[in-house]
Design a protein. Structure first.
Length: 91
């Protein structure tokens, strides 16, 4: 069992590029704390926004996103599309 000082964070399960891209995405898009993004991004709803983004970014890489100078722009575009698609489905 982990003590509070030893508990791993979700981001500790991901490689450096996922952590960096997720941090940039949070900063660039000014993503707030909360838990609503998991459903929008199609990840397990137990995750908070930052955790959901880590999972989602990892999935994007697993599905072929190339980690280069253009990756953050691609992620931003895909994120906005995911939010837009979700909003369209709700109306």
């Amino acid at each position: 069992m982990y003590t509070s000082a030893q508990q791993p964070t979700t981001s500790s399960w991901f490689d450096h590029s996922v952590k960096v891209l997720t941090k940039q995405l949070i900063e660039n898009l000014q993503i707030q704390q909360g838990s609503q993004l998991a459903k929008i991004l199609g990840v397990n709803p137990i995750f908070y926004n930052d955790e959901a983004l880590h999972v989602w970014v990892q999935r994007q890489i697993d599905e072929g996103l190339i980690v280069d100078d253009e990756a953050i722009g691609m992620l931003e575009t895909r994120f906005v599309e995911a939010v837009t698609d979700y909003e369209c489905m709700r109306t």
